[in-house]
Design a protein around this ligand. Structure first.
Ligand code: KIV
Length: 275
């Protein structure tokens, strides 16, 4: 298996729409720093999302609400430096776009100046005007509907959405409406998170923009996972998040070996010493 993507060209925003019409499945993964971003880019990922999940997997918070724009700008900068081919998406954190479309445009510009090529924000019908305002200044936007982590308190936790009928937030018909609103506002793609696969399938068939699923089943145009889940770095395990490896155990083991070697006077040995 090849470990480089030298044969690939740089991924651009227009590729996403083209890939949907060709039926080419898209891949997105989160990364927050240079080292991991470089590795996932080398592996051939299409899109790197500098997600506000950084709050939970890097900063140790219970939800994503505390992450601020300057922190996101910093992580976008780290990831953008690592990019060779993947499209880098900057996540707009809670409080950086909900106040007004104007605030959202300012925040989006900030992430773009730090190296993002596209921004992502959460919300459907109520964010349509905001998405339109950002796209009007030629900043591509990815929507995010269904289980929107920034709505943690409204949802009463991270709960699967779209299981009930109706137009209330989180209702099935409302999520369909959200998808259409995001599409019509000019988003270039939409993340579908935490919803029944039947609903994600219907949205994917009905909207012209690519759907990128997480906990939304197989029928989406692409899939996204949080890197720390893929690598098995976290001790928590969500049903939708497949651990492709276990880096947690070897990390603990390697650290224990280092502690043992130092305490017993084995490290540094001659090989790791200057004369
Ligand atoms: O912040 C994030 O990592 C995300 C993905 C879960 C889609 O929004």
């Amino acid at each position: 298996m090849s470990t480089t993507n030298d044969d690939r060209r740089k991924v651009t925003v227009p590729d996403l729409g083209r890939w949907k019409s060709q039926g080419r499945r898209m891949t997105m993964i989160t990364a927050y720093d240079f080292t991991f971003a470089r590795l996932v880019d080398l592996a051939g990922i299409d899109m790197i999302l500098v997600g506000d999940s950084v709050g939970m997997v890097v900063q140790g918070t219970d939800n994503t609400l505390a992450v601020d724009l300057q922190e996101m700008a910093y992580h976008v900068r780290c990831v953008a430096r690592a990019r060779t081919k993947a499209l880098v998406i900057g996540d707009l954190p809670f409080g950086s776009y909900q106040v007004s479309p104007e605030q959202a445009v300012h925040s989006s510009i900030e992430l773009m100046k730090n190296g993002a090529q596209c921004v992502k924000l959460e919300g459907g019908v109520h964010m349509a005007e905001t998405i339109a305002a950002i796209t009007r200044v030629d900043i591509p936007v990815i929507g995010h509907i269904g289980l929107t982590p920034q709505s943690f308190h409204r949802m009463g936790g991270f709960r699967i959405q779209g299981r009930s009928e109706g137009m209330e937030a989180g209702g099935r018909e409302r999520i369909l409406e959200d998808a259409h609103a995001v599409e019509q506002a000019g988003a270039c793609a939409v993340v579908l998170e935490g919803m029944p696969m039947e609903l994600a399938k219907e949205i994917t068939e009905k909207v012209s923009i690519p759907t990128i699923g997480i906990g939304a089943g197989i029928h989406c145009d692409g899939q996204v996972l949080v890197l720390h889940d893929v690598l098995g770095l976290c001790d928590s395990k969500y049903r939708f998040a497949k651990h492709y490896t276990d880096i947690r155990t070897p990390t603990i083991e390697a650290t224990r070996s280092f502690i043992r070697d130092v305490q017993s006077g084995i490290f540094p040995d001659d090989e790791h010493t200057f004369h």
